[in-house]
Structures are given as structure tokens and as C-alpha cells.
Design a protein around this ligand. Structure first.
Ligand code: ACO
Length: 456
């Protein structure tokens, strides 16, 4: 199959949010800590009416309806999530309820877990299936969804929630590039969830930032060398650096970290250049010529100089992708795909055609990959690309239709989730009135922990 990649995308986020500037006051931290220091605007959250199953039911139903896809045309369905409510039963099997009327039960795939990386792993599985001898010509659906909540304290403002569903197949308008994926995997206790009775992770914040930045460095270095090798003998050969990408997107725990990451890519380009070219291209940074990347994760001078130097590149290639991360927060597995959606709705379709996009996926623990995709050059009305873009054009408006909630009420909702996590039987307390039309919600949990759902 040719041009294997993403044919359609659906993205959902909670209908309620809390304002980060109000949270700063409520948490009694200095003004600007969350809004400037972390670079966050609003944080979406779910009440006890929504769980990982309901988010996935909603996003898959909406993907199928909006794109007019027949349920019998799906041959693979995968879910990437770290929001675990059952140690055995997968979310994928819960989603099979949606396929009942079609009679289609011949659907491969199940759930994949590693922090924020599960969605990318699921996407790669789907691509492999389509490129394999097991492929039967049908489409794959890849779901990435999470509810990101932290205990009270400094990590709480980096929460969020959301879900993405992607239709994957051949002749796609977003074609995943082959042969250049670059991964970096290691054992780290930076962020993990050893307490199965709690929704909250155990986090070593500083270590998580160091792990993330070192994964950025490693993946980028390898991506560049693999891409250069691929292009080596062809007419399109060029050294790979940031200029190669029209946009570069990152898993986004909070926007400030992404700006720092883009600056690190510039630092990587700088370090890689032969000395002569370096002083020509970066005259004002020359005194950093002897830096060792692994010694610079928390070097303030370097960070400041390269953030300053990369400002316009950040504005051009990365900032447009941060709309959802800024407005909703860290969605965990969907975060990177939220960046993709944000980027795709940030420009005119003619300005997307033929563009090359770099993507960096990170999940603590840790798994990370950098890969790239090319956007189809056919942007004519009715083309696959224009259909994909048309079906995500409602996102900006939907963000404005959310309900703002006070930090006090938000804290109460967190308290209710905390107290009732894993409780059975359980009747959710929150109202369903605030949910967006078409949202699936948790109706009840019986004494055997069996969950039932209804739709608004
Ligand atoms: N005005 C402007 N900036 C401010 C202010 C203020 N009033 N107050 C603080 N800041 C700045 C700080 O200088 C700091 O900037 P820096 O990052 O450039 O050093 C930034 O705001 C954050 O302040 P800190 O005191 O360093 O933050 P804190 O220790 O409270 O926690 C952290 C930040 C570690 C990110 C925490 O929120 C956390 O643990 N989050 C979860 C883990 C996470 O997201 N890790 C990222 C990768 S892993 C993943 O995806 C889950």
C-alpha cells in the first residue's frame, strides 16, 4: 500500500476548565508561575461522569459519524492510554459495543501502555499492520486518551484530559515517512503510577524534565542521521537540521518545556556544525562552542541564549501547534496529536500542502520517538486533505463553548474523584447537563465493578 498514514482525526476535550491565573491565586503561588513559568492558560478536567472508557466511546463515535465511516470497514482498533481502571479488561473491548450493530467482530488490536507514549505505539502498530501480509484492506482506528490528574501541589497545574481518534489507512493525506523513525528508550523513575488505588502518579519533576530533554536530544540526533542516510544518493540530498521541517511538534506536558525543547534542537544544530560554519551562522553564540549537550539540561546561560536565538523559529514552526496544549493542558497520550490538530487548523490549507512535519513523542519511564510526516500536496476542494481539515475546523469554536469553573469547585471535583476511585457499587454525582452533545458518560458502576454508559 502507498502513502500509509492518517486519513481523518477526531479530537475531544472536557467541556469544563479552570483558569490557570485563578489557580495561581487559589494555590497561593506567585502571580505568573503557571501562566508565564509553565506557559499554561486553561486546564480541562473531567467530573466523575467521565472515565477513560467514556472518553474513548465519545471520540470513536464522533470520528465514525463525522467521517461517515461504516463500522464494518474497520479491521484494527487500538487504544493507547495510561488511565488504567482495569488490570485485565482493555478499553478496546469496551469500544466493541459500538461495533455491535454492524456485526463486525473481526477487529485486531488491543490496548498499549507506557505513560504518554501509548498513542504513538498504537499508531505504529496500525501502520505496521497495514504494511504487513496480515492486512485485509480495511482501515485502522487508533485511539489515544487520558485523564491527567495530579495530587495537590506543584504538578497539579500540569494536568488536563482529552482523547484523539485517528483513521489510519493507505492513500492518506498525512503520510508517515518510512525508514527514519528514531527512538530512545531507557529505564527511569521520572513519572510512574505504582499505586494502583490512586489516579495520581508518583513524580520526580526535575528528573522528568531532564529525561524529556535528553530524549529530545537523542531522538533528534538519530532522526537526522537516519534521514540523511535515506536521502544520501538521491537528488534531494541535504544535511538534516531544523530547516528541513516546516513545523516541529512535541509531546507537551506544558508549553514552556516545548519552547525549551525547540531551543535545544537549535543547540543540537549548533553543536553539530563544523567550527568555521558555526562562527559564520551563529556569531553571537560562538562562546558556547565547547558545550557538551548532556551537561546543559539546567544551564541557565545556554538556555537563555538559545531560547532567545530560536524565538522566531519557535514562533514559526512550533507555537501554532500549542493551541490545545495551552487551552486544555497535558492530555498525556493525545498531547502530541492535539499539537498536530492545532497546527493543521492554524493555517490556510494551501499553506499546508506538501509540508514536512516533525513529531516528538515522549512517555515517562521512558519511551520516546521522533518521526516525520508529509502533508499531501493536493489541497483542492474535495481532496482527502481538505476533508481531513474540514472535519477538524470546529475545534476552535468548541474551545470557546466550554464552561469555566472556579478553582474551589475544581478542587471539589478532584476530591470526589479521589474519594470514589475504584468504588463499587457507585452512582456518579456530577450533572450531565454541562457535557457537550454526543458525549458518552458513566451511568453507573454495579457491585461487580461493571460499568454502564449512556450518551447525551
Ligand atoms: N512568574 C514567572 N515565572 C515563574 C514564576 C512567576 N511568578 N514563578 C516561577 N516561575 C518559573 C520558574 O522560574 C520555572 O521556570 P524554569 O522552568 O525556566 O526554571 C517555572 O516557572 C516552574 O517553576 P518551578 O518552581 O521550577 O516549578 P515547580 O517545581 O513548582 O514544578 C514541574 C514544575 C516540575 C514541571 C511540575 O509542575 C511537575 O512535576 N509537573 C509534572 C511532571 C511533568 O510534566 N514533567 C514533564 C515531562 S514528563 C510528562 O510528560 C508527564
Amino acid at each position: 500500500p502507498e502513502d500509509v498514514g492518517i486519513i481523518a482525526i477526531e479530537l475531544i476535550f472536557p467541556s469544563q476548565y479552570v483558569e490557570q491565573s485563578e489557580l495561581e491565586i487559589y494555590d497561593n503561588v506567585s502571580a505568573g508561575k503557571y501562566t508565564v513559568g509553565l506557559g499554561q492558560g486553561k486546564m480541562g478536567f473531567c467530573t466523575d461522569r467521565e472515565d477513560i472508557n467514556s472518553l474513548c466511546l465519545t471520540v470513536v463515535s464522533k470520528l465514525m459519524e463525522r467521517n461517515n465511516i461504516d463500522y464494518s470497514n474497520i479491521g484494527r482498533l487500538e487504544v493507547g492510554t495510561e488511565t488504567i481502571i482495569d488490570k485485565s479488561k482493555s478499553v478496546k473491548t469496551v469500544l466493541m459495543q459500538l461495533f455491535e450493530d454492524s456485526g463486525n467482530r473481526d477487529i485486531e488490536g488491543t490496548d498499549t501502555k507506557n505513560a504518554c507514549y501509548g498513542g504513538t505505539a498504537a499508531l505504529f502498530n496500525a501502520l505496521s499492520w497495514i504494511e504487513s501480509s496480515s492486512w485485509d484492506g480495511r482501515l485502522a482506528v487508533v485511539v489515544a486518551a487520558d485523564i491527567a490528574v495530579y495530587a495537590k501541589g506543584n504538578a497539579r497545574p500540569t494536568g488536563g484530559a482529552g482523547a484523539v481518534a485517528m483513521l489510519v489507512g493507505s492513500n492518506a493525506p498525512l503520510v508517515i515517512d518510512r525508514g527514519v523513525r528514531a527512538s530512545y528508550m531507557a529505564h527511569a523513575y521520572d513519572f510512574y503510577k505504582p499505586n494502583l488505588m490512586s489516579e495520581y502518579p508518583t513524580v520526580d519533576g526535575i528528573l522528568s524534565v531532564e529525561c524529556y530533554l535528553s530524549a529530545v536530544d537523542s531522538c533528534y540526533k538519530l532522526f537526522c542521521s537516519k534521514s540523511e542516510k535515506c536521502l544520501k544518493n538521491g537528488p534531494e540530498y541535504q544535511p538534516i537540521n531544523l530547516k528541513y521541517f516546516d513545523a516541529i511538534l512535541f509531546h507537551t506536558p506544558y508549553c514552556k518545556l516545548v519552547q525549551k525543547s525547540l531551543a535545544r534542537l537549535v543547540l543540537n544544530d549548533f553543536v553539530k556544525l563544523p567550527e568555521k560554519e558555526r562562527s559564520l551562522e551563529y556569531p553571537e553564540l560562538e562562546h558556547f562552542s565547547n558545550v557538551k549537550l548532556e551537561e546543559t539540561y539546567f544551564d541557565r546561560d545556554i538556555e537563555k541564549a538559545f531560547m532567545e536565538h530560536s524565538k522566531s523559529t519557535f514562533e514559526e514552526k512550533t507555537k501554532p501547534s500549542l493551541l490545545l496544549a495551552y487551552q486544555v493542558g497535558n492530555m498525556y497520550t493525545p498531547s502530541l496529536y492535539g499539537c498536530l490538530v492545532s497546527f493543521l487548523i492554524s493555517r490556510d490549507i494551501q499553506d499546508l500542502a506538501g509540508k514536512c512535519v516533525g513529531l516528538f513523542s515522549y512517555g515517562s519511564g521512558l519511551c520516546s520517538t521522533m518521526y516525520s510526516l508529509h502533508i499531501s500536496s493536493n489541497a483542492t476542494p474535495g481532496s482527502p486533505l481538505s476533508r481531513l481539515i474540514g472535519n477538524i475546523s470546529h475545534i476552535k469554536q468548541l474551545l470557546d463553548q466550554r464552561t469555566k469553573v472556579s478553582p474551589e469547585e475544581f478542587a471539589q471535583v478532584m476530591e470526589i474523584r479521589e474519594q470514589n476511585h475504584h468504588k463499587a457499587p457507585y452512582a456518579p454525582l456530577a450533572s450531565t447537563d454541562v457535557l457537550f452533545p454526543g458525549t458518552w458518560y458513566l451511568d453507573s458502576i454495579d457491585k461487580m465493578h461493571r460499568r454502564t454508559y449512556k450518551r447525551v
